[in-house]
Design a binder for this molecule. Structure first.
Ligand SMILES: NC(=O)c1ccc[n+]([C@@H]2O[C@H](COP(=O)([O-])OP(=O)(O)OC[C@H]3O[C@@H](n4cnc5c(N)ncnc54)[C@H](O)[C@@H]3O)[C@@H](O)[C@H]2O)c1
Length: 444
């Protein structure tokens, strides 16, 4: 039984921060509290300061990033939660650990091999705990896959075929935001695929060894739109006539939270969250294929497309005793209407039953077929809430303390590094056209 509350400082007060703050104000309020914020944008910090004050009567102090060390010295948080833009994670993780706090970071843990190395060094040097929040491990359907593999149902896994589809709302969103600059996010190979690479590392209980990738920016971006005959362009949606006819445009003014967090905050930092996906300046890929070999000998073919008409994933795992097929539809179509904004990632993608009018099956399925047997559907608990029910379970583990979990869902810095490094290796391979040995990227 915990007697005093654990004190959390939160760095990066954008959309994702809301999940942690909301949880500490509600379900986990008995065991933890937010004691400070850090972000370059005072308007966004004030948004969450109000939320905390309205609920608790206390207003956690707000610090600019230049004063982060002062935050650590003055507030002395038990744990720093890092939900800032990806390229900044390493800085806050390392400073927090060095000051004697623990750290929890959003995925991706970081964006480059050098930053991975620096984080590994800081964890080893300080002995402090670093948790990486891989919420997809906690979604019941993904946990069931782990359980089936771990219990030997398909024998030793020899190969994986993994396709992830991002749709023209959620997928497009990466091309409107800071993610479109590869320096910020590492591209979707790091920012997005690290989620998926982690799932496979965890499912197989294996470590990636060799990576080869191909891909590029083929759909979004001005060149591609021009080549398809598009003639009307704009740089950001707000105030643009051209954007009114663009189903890819997002209307920040139409959603109170998007307005408060971004439109009303942009006078401070000039950050536009509604850039045209067909504008210039995009340096990330939207169409990617990757081959990975694992130390245990398994191989994976993986593909990620960020411009699909529906969103979800399909995974085929071939083992020595049979095959497991995972089929998940997270959103069966995008209508192109303003209401689609509600199901963007920051609003936590959920399977919405009202979308079940099309041809596509809405219920996720797990199909197990052993050699010499008919296929059988494997039942599993349906997850509710963000990321297939993963978010709420993850938060329980983080704030109530990880239970004795036979599936080993809690992820640490090594898991964070291995998932990121597969993406970093894929980026290197995209640039050179050559396979990349992960062992050459960092010293473990
Ligand atoms: N696990 C998931 O499913 C999931 C879902 C959404 C986001 N995320 C992660 O959460 C993080 C934040 O994403 P988001 O969607 O909230 O983005 P966001 O743009 O809404 O918020 C990012 C925040 O970082 C702040 N920031 C920028 N530079 C900074 C700096 N130097 N120091 C501190 N803060 C800085 C911005 O001002 C902004 O408030 C990302 O790492 C992302 O990968 C994870």
């Amino acid at each position: 039984m915990q007697t005093s509350k654990r004190r959390y400082a939160l760095v990066g007060t954008g959309a994702r921060a809301g999940m942690y703050i909301g949880s500490l104000l509600d379900r986990h309020a008995e065991v933890g509290e937010v004691v400070a914020f850090c972000d370059p944008n005072g308007t966004r910090m004030a948004f969450y300061q109000r939320q905390v004050r309205d609920k608790t009567g206390q207003t956690p102090p707000a610090y600019h990033p230049r004063d982060f060390d002062r935050l650590l010295a003055e507030v002395r948080p038990d744990t720093v939660i890092v939900t800032s833009i990806d390229r900044t994670h390493h800085h806050y993780i390392i400073r927090a650990l060095e000051a004697g706090s623990d750290a929890i970071t959003e995925k991706p843990m970081t964006t480059t091999a050098e930053k991975c190395q620096a984080i590994i060094g800081a964890v080893r040097r300080t002995g402090r705990a670093l948790t990486v929040t891989f919420n997809y491990r906690y979604s019941p359907r993904n946990a069931k896959v782990k359980e089936l593999i771990q219990s030997g149902e398909i024998g030793e896994v020899l190969s994986v075929h993994f396709e992830w589809l991002l749709d023209t709302r959620h997928g497009a969103d990466y091309f409107r935001r800071w993610h479109r600059d590869k320096r910020n996010s590492g591209g979707l190979m790091v920012h997005k695929a690290s989620h998926h690479f982690d799932l496979v590392n965890w499912w197989l209980g294996d470590v990636p060894e060799m990576v080869f990738a191909m891909g590029g920016l083929r759909f979004y971006g001005r060149d591609n739109a021009e080549a398809r005959g598009v003639e009307h362009f704009y740089s950001r949606a707000y105030g643009s006539e051209a954007a009114k006819c663009d189903p890819f445009a997002i209307d920040l003014a139409a959603d109170p939270e998007l307005r408060a967090l971004y439109l009303d905050a942009e006078h401070e930092d000039g950050y536009f969250r509604d850039q045209s996906v067909f504008g210039d300046g995009i340096s990330i890929e939207d169409t990617m294929a990757v081959l990975v070999r694992y130390e245990g000998g398994a191989v994976m073919s993986y593909s990620l497309n960020a411009h699909c008409p529906w969103e979800g994933y399909r995974v085929m795992l071939n083992g020595t005793k049979g095959r497991l097929e995972v089929d998940v539809v997270e959103r069966s179509y995008v209508s192109g209407s303003v209401g689609d904004h509600k199901t963007l990632e920051q609003h936590h993608v959920e399977v919405d039953p009202s979308y079940g009018r099309g041809e596509r099956a809405e219920r996720p399925t797990l199909l197990l077929q052993k050699h010499w047997e008919r296929a059988q559907a494997v039942p599993f608990e349906e997850g509710r809430g963000g990321h297939g029910g993963g978010d709420v379970r993850l938060l329980d583990d983080l704030f109530f303390g990880a239970s004795d979990d036979p599936l080993g869902r809690a992820a640490g810095y090594l898991d964070g590094a291995r998932s990121v490094l597969t993406g970093v290796a894929a980026n290197q391979s995209l640039a050179t056209g050559l396979p990349v040995n992960i062992g050459d990227l960092v010293k473990w």
